[in-house]
Ligand binder design. Sequence first.
Ligand SMILES: *Cc1c(COP(=O)(O)O)cnc(C)c1O
Length: 354
Amino acid sequence: MIDILPIRTQRTTASRLTDLDPANLEFGKVYSDHMFAVDYHNGEWQEAQIVPYGDMAVSPANSALHYGQSIFEGMKAYHQNDGGVALFRPLDNWARLNASADRMCMPNISEELLMQGLSELIRIDSAWVPTSEGSSLYIRPFMFATDGFIGVRPSESYRFMIFTCPVGLYYNKPLRVRFEQKYVRSAEGGAGYAKAAGNYGGAMYPTKLAQKEGYNQLIWTDATEHQYVEESGTMNAIFVIDGRVVTPALSTSILDGVTRRSVLQLARDMGIPVEERKVSSREIMEALAAGKLEEAFGAGTAATIAPIATIGYEGNDYDLPKVGPNAFSKRVGAALDAIRSGEGADVHNWMVRL
Ligand SMILES: *Cc1c(COP(=O)(O)O)cnc(C)c1O
């Protein structure tokens, strides 16, 4: 990659790397030494900076805090077997960041700004990219309004930032989930397809209620009939029914996950039929009763594949069959791992080396 943007860089004089225990990487607890930041005002992005990770000042009237103009992305960089570092489908995240920005009346980020920010930041903190099997560097790009003004209108100034944190092998304990048929995460015409901060805050209360009942997360259903599957927690929901991979079709209420997209592509590559369409809770429960629901899982960057073991529906719990080593979710998870580590052929050119 050619550097065209000047990035003003201030390196830390007190690296925290020695405090890091690579055998014990907990998601979202420890952040790498540096962060990337660039401010937007007068209609353009200003000089980009890389500075030591740390707190920052915001106005109490900051409009992101009051009215929620705040969006984020989640992506990962992987240590390669030959010693390098590569990102998984970063341009998909770039496109989605700008789709979220458009929905929230926020400015777009150019490909150069994101990719150069990422490559400089990860180069400086390359010692933070973990090397053990299944580990990665989780990357959190995000943008928020910075006007100190409490009138309700799109902010005129913004900040775009990136920080990273090393994460270990995600232990996929099979999930207990239940259909949510009262509360909704998002509605058609809303902002559910955007990675906008408020979507997550609004989902916490119904999720908390389900957790009190012993579930890990919810299967969200549509806002009109409360029948059709939307997503599973903050992951896309994917089912294997009678030898076919079935997942809700994308809409304005569903987030277009990069993991979902990759799983569907790999299913097609394996010659497995893929159906993107409406999936009702009834269809799922009938398939389960008939022994035709082979697998159900959530798909997202953090966990990759999160298998579902139990589904709650109308007050009763139903167990899915145990998944064997040859299950689709296992094979597709292994295929993704192989592509990400550089061991498997990357036929779709998903990996971008730094
Ligand atoms: C981020 C996210 C996903 C998964 O997207 P990936 O690109 O696969 O990480 C799914 N649903 C929601 C609501 C999300 O926020």
